[in-house]
Write a protein that binds this ligand. Sequence first.
Ligand SMILES: [Zn+2]
Length: 290
Amino acid sequence: MPELTIGHAGLHRIEELRIPNKIGYFTQDAALIDAHRHWLEPHFLSAAGGFDLVFQSWVFETAGRVVLVDPCTGNGKPHVVPFFDMLDTPFIERLEQAGFRPDDVDIVVCTHLHHDHCGWNTMLRGGNWVPTFPKARYVMQRAEVDRWGRDRHLHPAFAYNDGVFERSVQPVLDAGLAEIVTGKRLLAPGLTVEHAPGHTSGHQLLHLVSDQREALFTGDCFHHPIQLVDPGNPFGDAEDPVLLAATRRQLAQRAADSGALLIPAHLPAPYAVRAWHENGAIRFAAANTG
Ligand SMILES: [Zn+2]
């Protein structure tokens, strides 16, 4: 069963990992937390102030294409953080349990090229990193590919992402499977990527429209919904915090205007946030709740 439904599209969630986290890691503002506790609890905040940061991909079929969003960290890849180092998870088995084989995937969207959003782009075969989804086009922003590839020397070293480009992006480029875009690009009817910068310079979102219902897959534009009401909240290794705050404000406004569900990369159940206008302010709630 899909966890979420947008029009005709059932959205299936493929989980790789989860890490217990604390709201205090995102904000120390007790008054702010209390003001929003009524919609954050119990989904995105426990009584003890915790929530799970979940590492997951979404896969769905729309307009005759199978689409996979943000393919997690991947197996067998070295990482400086032990939690992500040399994983061996049944991600592909979980994908198949959801009804999709790797060969079925037509479009892979990487919102950005941090390790946990492009890892399953490739897998190890005979000592080489090869594309996991050999029939897919992999959609990435030009600014993001250049930032981690050709222009990496222009940016500070970031150990968190060491080797990611070589293992998870370059083999896709070499195989001719990358669709590198600049800004907005229609991928299929009702399916568009758009630049949503700040977390990284080339971060993008995926906009899905099906039967007049909308979703925005927002990657790491926010990690916890408190960052929608406090857009300047700095957590998340933002490359450009000012641009990220502006992106968050635009997302909240757009979700309230259009009714689009916001589906960020790392939220626990019910995985998405909805927004609406009320008394001159934007209100939020967990998806699928009253
Ligand atoms: Zn992430």
